[in-house]
Design a protein around this ligand. Structure first.
Ligand SMILES: Cc1ncc(COP(=O)(O)O)c(C=O)c1O
Length: 497
């Protein structure tokens, strides 16, 4: 609603014309009507043209500015349509009274205090670099070894052949051909018990965590998580508002006997094949105990099998899921390590009873797409490229791990302990208890060596000191150079301890 004009408070038409003339005299590439529109809108937003101000008649303004009347009318029309101006029959065009208030509200800058508590936590947990590479960034595969030509050919063909219904929303839980190819691979290589229908293709592990937390827990439910553990999983369960209980990892893996007394967990997150970050493989007795406990407490186990393909001393260890008579394990895999992280594809093998609700929720919450990409991946697997790439990378990573050990020889001579490295893409260098991990990180930074402290993987205050050293994505020359620098920084620490 408009209010009567209140004289002195309002901008005078002459003043408006002068300031518009000055504004239009500035150099600019946009069409005149757009520039005029911006100048008027800016004047309203800044309060120079308060609500109720009368604008000059279009003909008068056009002649005063030396521009066409249609240009002025077009600018006025745009501002009228957006609610900045209003016309009064027979009286002319005015700045709308509500315009400034609306704009000021909309323009109030969002500050960190605008975020919810959950939002603040999410942002805090998400800080830190992403997409780094080089010595010794953990969890990055050898990106330049990926067979891009083969991949490109498959992508192009499947893109070309894509039926038009693939352009629509999908609700199948992933392309059937990919679920079938994966099912064969998982049964054969990971001893996972599954049918293609149980597989849900997800946009990476974190999406699977979100689905699991949303569908199987309510805020306040308890989740057990390995300590030290994977930061991505920690962030997901914390952000879901769960009561997160860190459960210590010992030489046999996550040890439920060391869990503090409290409510039975609804979720248990574990990386049994290759614990992240310690590298421990969960023993068979511990696996059976964990399964029995989950059954007794009606907990869901999330088995994150993120990099078990790279096992150097024996065949990959069979998945926990394959041992279970019960249906309490959700098996999670990712292509981020075996292929490349930018692919953003992972999978969740669900107990049969959970398939329908998970598929339904996924289809609405995270509608699927990228079926040509999934088709290319299905063929990459079924044509044998996947297995070949894994074999090649296993040999390459084995050699790179040797190279890292060799380059750390001076520190090993001083008693440096490294994790066994039976599998995976990183080693842990254990440091004396009073070592300052962050000081080492700073030294590394100054020399272009990226060091990840073990301490960042703990939720609780009791922490072992160490460094997580990724080697898979680092060429040997770089490993040798950065490794000898690191050995030089560690040797005095080890001598002192
Ligand atoms: C333990 C663990 N699980 C899963 C992933 C992969 O997550 P995503 O599939 O979202 O890339 C990582 C990546 O570093 C990881 O360390």
């Amino acid at each position: 609603m408009t209010e009567p004009l209140s004289g002195a408070r309002l901008a005078q038409p002459d003043w408006i014309t002068e300031s518009l003339a000055l504004g239009l005299a500035e150099p600019g590439h946009e069409p005149l009507q757009r520039r005029l529109y911006r100048l008027l809108r800016g004047g309203i937003q800044l309060g120079r043209l308060p609500g109720g101000s009368a604008l000059p008649a279009s003909r008068a303004l056009a002649s005063a500015l030396g521009i066409g009347r249609n240009t002025v009318l077009a600018a006025y029309d745009q501002l009228l349509a957006e609610g900045f101006l209003e016309t009064r029959h027979g009286a002319g065009t005015f700045v709308a009274h509500h315009a400034l208030g609306q704009v000021q509200q909309a323009a109030r800058p969002a500050t960190a205090s605008s975020l919810s508590q959950r939002g603040l936590r999410l942002v805090e947990q998400s800080r830190g670099p992403i997409g780094e590479s080089g010595a010794f960034v953990p969890c990055v595969p050898a990106l330049d070894e990926f067979p891009r030509e083969i991949w490109q050919g498959l992508l192009q063909r499947h893109q070309r052949q894509a039926p038009s219904h693939w352009l629509n929303y999908q609700d199948g839980g992933g392309l059937p051909a990919l679920r079938e190819a994966l099912c064969d691979y998982l049964q054969l290589s990971r001893s996972v018990r599954c049918q293609p229908e149980q597989i849900l293709i997800v946009n990476g592990t974190k999406q699977a965590f979100d689905l699991i937390a949303n569908l199987l827990t309510d805020p306040g439910d308890t989740a057990w998580i390995e300590e030290p553990g994977y930061r991505g999983a920690q962030a997901s369960v914390l952000n879901a508002g769960l009561n997160v209980v860190p459960v210590p990892v010992d030489a046999e893996g996550m040890n439920p006997a060391l869990a503090p007394p409290g409510p039975a967990p609804r979720l248990i997150y574990t990386t049994p094949s290759h614990q992240l970050p310690t590298g421990v493989t969960m023993s068979l007795s511990r696996r059976l105990a964990l399964l029995a406990q989950a059954e007794a407490q009606q907990s869901w186990i999330i088995e994150d099998d993120y990099d078990s393909e790279f096992r150097y001393t024996s065949q990959p260890v069979a998945a926990l899921q394959g041992l279970a008579e019960s249906e309490r394990v959700l098996y999670l895999g990712t292509f981020s390590k075996v292929l490349y992280p930018g692919l953003r594809l992972g999978y969740l093998v669900l107990p049969p009873a959970l398939v329908e609700p998970f598929r339904t929720a996924q289809a609405r919450r995270y509608p699927e797409g990228h079926y040509p990409l999934q088709a290319a991946l299905a063929e990459f697997i079924s044509a044998g490229h996947f297995a070949r790439h894994i074999r090649r990378m296993r040999e390459l990573y084995r050699a790179r791990q040797h190279c890292l050990r060799d380059s750390l020889a001076p520190a090993l001579d001083q008693g440096l302990q490294l994790s066994p490295g039976e599998s995976g893409m990183h080693l842990v260098a254990w440091l004396p208890p009073d070592s300052d991990e962050e000081a080492l990180v700073d030294i590394g930074d100054r020399h272009g060596v990226i060091l990840r402290p073990l301490g960042r993987h703990y939720l609780g205050a009791e922490r072992q000191r160490g460094l997580v050293l990724g080697y898979a994505g680092v060429p040997e020359t770089e490993i040798r150079h950065a490794g000898s620098l690191l050995a030089g920084w560690l040797t005095p620490l080890l001598k002192e301890s």
